[in-house]
Design a protein around this ligand. Structure first.
Ligand code: DC
Length: 237
């Protein structure tokens, strides 16, 4: 299916499957996938490893702000196969641990961190033909994105998916821990002052609690063909 040079913005709650969906979209339409959460996770990992977060989660914002002037977080690889790098180091695995997940929401609430990530995303997304996922892509980072999707799913479904994903990667986590982490992140993400998680007015809601990835792909193909390729969606009579 032909699809013009557009930006696809996918926002929504943690563990609604945004990145799996965005990666499949990137593959199908030959778009570049940008994982904004990975950049917040990268900043969090950097802050943790450099003693910028105290045990009671106090963040040394001035030190972090200085470090971000030269912090080189980027993606390498193409299409959906992009992985996250900090300078020369591949941090794709290190940024997905429960330790990072437990600290990423307070880091993502720091306005200077949001400014850093927004700048990186706009640089990387300026070429169009990108699909991005996050919490504020359609509201703040790319408010003019041509297609905006807001993903939701029941909390227990999200916790179950996330726990099995982490367990399959060898992380020793319980369903209850994951559920608690998700609840905390939902609260912080949607109540923070700077760019809280919110549905853009023109976003289409996708509740995938009872949908497979294939169901979701069928759903988006239909939307894309109706919006951007009406000739292929016209029914013959
Ligand atoms: O999508 P994720 O779970 O990898 O995101 C990690 C955290 O980053 C999440 O708790 C909220 C934050 N985030 C954000 O505030 N804004 C974004 N655009 C993307 C992620």
């Amino acid at each position: 299916m032909h699809i013009p040079d557009i930006i696809i913005a996918i926002d929504g709650y943690s563990s609604t499957g945004k990145s799996s969906f965005a990666r499949l979209i990137a593959d199908e339409f030959d778009f570049l996938y940008l994982d904004s959460g990975a950049l917040y996770r990268g900043v969090t990992l950097y802050a943790m490893e450099n003693g910028m977060i105290s045990p009671d989660k106090e963040i040394d914002v001035p030190a972090l702000e200085t470090a971000m002037e030269t912090l080189d977080l980027h993606f390498a690889g193409s299409g959906s196969h992009s992985v996250t790098y900090m300078g020369e180091r591949c941090v794709e695995k290190d940024i997905r641990t429960l330790a990072v997940s437990g600290l990423v929401s307070p880091i993502a609430a720091v306005p200077q961190v949001r400014a850093y990530v927004d700048r990186r995303l706009r640089e990387l997304g300026s070429r169009k033909r990108v699909v991005l996922d996050g919490r504020d892509i359609g509201t703040t980072v790319f408010p003019d994105a041509e297609l905006k999707i807001f993903m939701v799913a029941d909390l227990d479904v999200r916790a179950m998916r996330r726990a099995s994903e982490m367990q399959s990667k060898g992380e020793n986590v319980s369903f209850d821990e994951v559920m608690k982490n998700l609840e905390e992140r939902d609260y912080i993400d949607s109540h923070r002052k700077a760019s809280p998680l919110a549905k853009a007015e023109d976003a289409i809601v996708l509740d995938n609690s009872r949908m497979t990835l294939q169901d979701q792909m069928e759903w988006i193909r239909k939307i894309i063909s109706e919006r951007f390729n009406p000739s292929t969606s016209a029914k013959s009579c």
